[in-house]
Design a protein around this ligand. Sequence first.
Ligand SMILES: NC(=O)c1ccc[n+]([C@@H]2O[C@H](COP(=O)([O-])OP(=O)(O)OC[C@H]3O[C@@H](n4cnc5c(N)ncnc54)[C@H](OP(=O)(O)O)[C@@H]3O)[C@@H](O)[C@H]2O)c1
Length: 333
Amino acid sequence: MKDISQITLRSGAVLPVVGLGTGNIGSRVRKPGGSREEVHTAINAALECGYRHIDTATLYQNEEMIGEVLHEWLSSGKVKREELFITTKLPNNGNRKEDVTKFLKKSLEKLQLSYVDLYLIHCPVGTKSDDDEVAYPLDSDGAVILDMTTDLLALWSAMEEQVDAGRAKDIGLSNFNSQQIEKIMKVARIPPAILQVEVHAYLLQRPLRALCQRHNITVCGFMPLGAPHRAKETDEFPLLLNHPVVTEIAGRINVTPAQVLLCHLLQHDIVVIPKSANPQRIKKNCQVFHFELTPEDMAALDALDRGAESRVSNLLYYKGITRHPEFPYHLPF
Ligand SMILES: NC(=O)c1ccc[n+]([C@@H]2O[C@H](COP(=O)([O-])OP(=O)(O)OC[C@H]3O[C@@H](n4cnc5c(N)ncnc54)[C@H](OP(=O)(O)O)[C@@H]3O)[C@@H](O)[C@H]2O)c1
């Protein structure tokens, strides 16, 4: 029987289709009141209930704490390295050919790993920062200090070198638009295995997913629960977790609204990386293989899609970012 809890990437690597998103987990660590314990609790809870796919990024500033937990699990033999799928991402201030190796080596040191399973370019927009830890440096007006010389093709060749050097098993893109993906595909010696973009019931990304399917690129959806901590709620568009279509299905088949939203994307062959720092929710969010949504339920959820206007992660909170030549959201997809 086909194992629906994992898929095979174009490289042949096997990826668990539900991963733990770790954006915001422990991100207060560098600020008063932050907690390393939050990261340790979440990663331990996830590994204990069977997650083997973890999504992090230099930007999230939690690689070191994740690495501590991974080290403990790997060194005690509770898990083998080849059973894990660890993703991290090149920050915007590393979007230069000559900086990729440095940033990936730093990530590997923090994660206490000799390789990552997937290294993504986090965002096509490049910035210039004096501090490697600051991906979005600001000038005195509060505008992002952009690197207007970003060369995505040169950057991709440096990403390919990471595979050659054994530091990344696979490489991919995040927050790239259709034109940028096509541009990379024209020259890629090692094509992107994954595109990680915002996907949820309000933003199903149909055209971008069709393009990825044509190029054999697997789509990984971030914010699969609709990012309830960030999304704007209106009477017409409630938070997805509270949407009557979602709660009705959840009640009827006795699962949580989050499980409905995740199952909806999984049945569209979208890999999901829900974030939770709460052990009970972490556990529930990976229990999505014991039920199936009917074609009618899928159609009702599909009908919630309202396209690009529902994008939560539009980058516009970074002042001046639209001036960058590679700002991805001038195009509808
Ligand atoms: N590549 C990119 O540019 C990019 C951008 C954004 C995100 N990401 C990645 O995608 C991951 C997921 O995105 P996201 O964290 O923004 O949004 P999300 O996963 O859609 O939503 C996370 C929020 O939902 C809550 N939640 C989780 N499970 C729940 C449940 N069962 N019931 C009710 N609430 C629940 C979480 O709170 P609790 O923690 O309290 O449970 C958290 O506030 C990130 O963590 C990150 O790894 C990537």
